[in-house]
Structure formats: structure tokens, C-alpha cells
Design a protein. Structure first.
Length: 115
């Protein structure tokens, strides 16, 4: 197994509070639709209609997932007229989503080919 160099390794040993919050964040990311929504937001701000089209889920489900992401502090919102615009909270989340998808890419490319 190949591990990438830990250039961005955590600078100190995390405490219980950091482990608990990190586990909470990863649990929120553990849903396919929420991960797809966050990935769509890596391209920039979006409204519910655009995000619904991007992730292919029903609009009520997308709204519920976005509410969960907002309550978890992973996305921010702002009003633009009657529309609510969603955005990623910070670049760390963008990198986390990107890394999760890279791990998935590696896992998929390492699968044995069956006839």
C-alpha cells in the first residue's frame, strides 16, 4: 500500500474534542447525496435548483441535506432576492471532499478486473 507523504499532517496530537468533532464531520460526509452536494459546491456558490440538478436527488431531499450541512457548519447561506445561495464554509472542506474522492478513485482503479 502506498501512502502519500504527510505534508499537511496535523501539527500536534489531537485531543478528544478534535477527534469527536472530526468524527461528527465525517459522519455528515458519510451520505452519498451530501457528498455529491458538497462536491457540486466545490465549483462555487449554488442555489437549491442547480444543486438538485447536479446531484440527481429530489428537491425536498436536497433541501433536507442542505439544512443538515448548514447545521453542521459545513456550508454557509446568503439570500439573493428570494433564492438561498449555498457555499462551502472553507477550503479545508473542499480538500477533504477532494481527498475522499481521490481515495475512491484509487480503490476503484485497484479492483481486479473480472470477465
Amino acid at each position: 500500500m502506498h501512502l502519500s507523504p504527510a505534508h499537511d499532517a496535523h501539527p500536534r496530537t489531537p485531543g478528544e474534542e478534535q477527534f469527536a468533532l472530526a468524527a461528527e464531520i465525517l459522519a455528515v460526509l458519510g451520505d452519498r447525496t451530501r457528498l455529491a452536494l458538497l462536491h457540486a459546491l466545490t465549483a462555487g456558490e449554488s442555489d437549491v435548483t442547480t444543486l438538485t440538478e447536479a446531484c440527481g436527488a429530489a428537491r425536498p431531499a436536497v433541501s433536507q441535506h442542505l439544512a443538515r450541512l448548514r447545521l453542521a457548519g459545513l456550508v454557509s447561506t446568503r439570500k439573493e432576492g428570494r433564492r438561498v445561495i449555498y457555499a462551502l464554509r472553507d477550503g479545508h472542506l473542499r480538500r477533504l471532499v477532494d481527498e475522499a474522492l481521490k481515495v475512491a478513485d484509487h480503490r476503484l482503479s485497484d479492483r481486479p478486473v473480472h470477465d
